[in-house]
Design a protein around this ligand. Structure first.
Ligand SMILES: Cc1cc2nc3c(=O)[nH]c(=O)nc-3n(C[C@H](O)[C@H](O)[C@H](O)COP(=O)(O)OP(=O)(O)OC[C@H]3O[C@@H](n4cnc5c(N)ncnc54)[C@H](O)[C@@H]3O)c2cc1C
Length: 403
């Protein structure tokens, strides 16, 4: 019997690659392992509307299509080890599984701070449905919330907690929220929006320790001052889930390094042709920008990289003569991202973090709606707008080209 294609990570990327494999004509067996108890679900609502109301699987689950009805979803099962020399992996129960091709879709997890005080009750992160269910139960009117980190997830959860009537303070080391991504002027606009909704800020500050015995009652900042809190939400970054791939000489220095065909690359630069990575965990070169491999934690990337994996893997598994041609094809997905905070709807294309300058393209920061372009030299590397959805979308095709 043919060994299955094994997907590790039963989330959006895992689902999308199973669908794309079927669309690409692969009819053989597919097994997908996921360590969560749930079938694939959508994460963005976990810090937004779902956190503000109904946190349940029904509210976020992706619909399953007929084409993937025969996929063997093995949930609640963590893959612990992989041996690429024998095309096999081992699950947490000690069972081993062989594969014809391996697709790595294990994403990332929330980075957690390490403090001397060991108390964990009252400390939260938002990555999974279970995280959001636990956090939702703790957010009540009047609850004192400290959000540690002022990136997108920190700002979104702060906005949602305010909506639920909590007292919210954001503590973060940066100068302004999301400044590293959006630039200072845009960041000041975001901060003003949070100020207007009553969020307190302690920027250019770090949390040195927590206070509380059975549960958290406060935090100690690096200037020695303290803040009372019932809930601490840590939104300080992410860690790629790659430990299960150790010992195979893969380049795992920041996620899984791949070539433009999303095939895994070893530390010596050689390619493992039947092992692929996609989504948040993959570090791949995007021809839209340059040859530099990067991980991109944006919602469209699991889908776009899944299509690329599927076209290469399906051709390989079918023994097609055109595999080399398909592998050599240009791969240049346009990253896209959105964020909702209060009634602010932001939409971005490209990688604005690559820019060396930004320029207001439409309206001004005095308006409720505007659109900013981000440039590396003359090249438009990103665009981000508040409102003006159609205008922002109009720049999508221009990302990666010269102004
Ligand atoms: C709260 C939140 C809000 C977001 N909001 C936005 C937004 O507004 N806009 C936007 O563009 N993007 C947003 N994102 C990002 C977007 O959701 C991600 O880019 C996307 O979920 C990545 O999908 P993935 O399949 O690559 O990884 P993941 O969704 O992380 O899935 C990986 C899966 O693999 C499982 N896994 C890990 N290790 C193992 C193992 N060893 N064995 C078995 N299973 C394993 C994990 O538990 C997980 O289920 C948000 C993310 C979060 C968490």
């Amino acid at each position: 019997m043919t060994d299955p294609v094994i997907i590790v990570g039963a989330s959006m990327g895992g689902l999308r690659v199973a669908e794309a494999l079927r669309r690409a004509g692969y009819t053989g067996p597919i097994t997908a392992f996921g360590d969560e108890p749930y079938p694939p679900y959508n994460r963005p609502p976990l810090s937004k509307e779902v956190l503000a109301s109904d946190v349940s699987l029904e509210a976020v689950q992706f619909p399953q299509r007929d084409a993937t009805a025969d996929v063997n979803w093995v949930l609640n099962t963590r893959i612990e080890r992989t041996d690429l020399a024998s095309n096999s992996l081992t699950d947490e129960h000690g069972h081993s599984h062989t594969f014809s091709a391996l697709i790595i879709a294990t994403g990332i997890r929330s980075k957690r701070a390490e403090w001397a005080n060991p108390v964990m009750t009252g400390r939260h992160a938002v990555r999974s449905l279970d995280d959001a269910i636990a956090l939702r139960a703790a957010l009540n009117p009047g609850t004192k919330v400290v959000v540690y980190g002022a990136g997108f997830i920190g700002c979104e959860t702060a906005a949602t907690a305010r909506k639920l009537g909590c007292d919210v303070t954001i503590v973060a080391p940066g100068v302004e929220p999301i400044a590293r991504y959006l630039g200072l002027d845009f960041a000041q606009w975001i901060r003003a929006a949070h100020d207007a909704h009553g969020v307190q800020f302690r920027m250019q500050s770090r949390i040195d320790n927590t206070i509380g015995d059975d549960r958290i009652t406060g935090v100690v900042l690096d200037d020695g001052s303290t803040l009372e809190c019932d809930v601490l939400i840590e939104a300080i970054g992410s860690i790629p889930n790659v430990e299960w791939l150790a010992g195979n000489d893969l380049d795992l220095s920041d996620g899984v390094l791949t070539n433009t065909a999303m095939q895994a690359v070893r530390t010596d630069g050689t390619v493992v042709t039947n092992v692929f990575a996609l989504g948040d965990v993959a570090r791949f070169p995007n021809a839209l920008f340059d040859d530099e491999p990067r991980r991109v934690e944006h919602w469209n990337i699991p889908t776009d990289t899944a299509k690329r994996v599927a076209e290469v893997a399906a051709a390989q598994l079918a023994g097609s003569d055109s595999v080399d041609e398909i592998v050599a094809k240009r791969f240049a997905p346009v990253p896209s991202f959105w964020s909702d905070q209060y009634d602010i709807h932001m939409l971005a294309y490209g990688i604005v973090g690559l820019a060396d300058r930004s320029e207001m393209l439409h309206n001004t920061f005095d308006d409720d709606e505007f659109c900013v372009g981000y440039y590396r030299g003359d090249e438009l590397v990103g665009v981000c707008g508040v409102g003006m959805r159609n205008v922002v979308m109009g720049y999508r095709a221009k990302v990666g080209s010269s102004a």
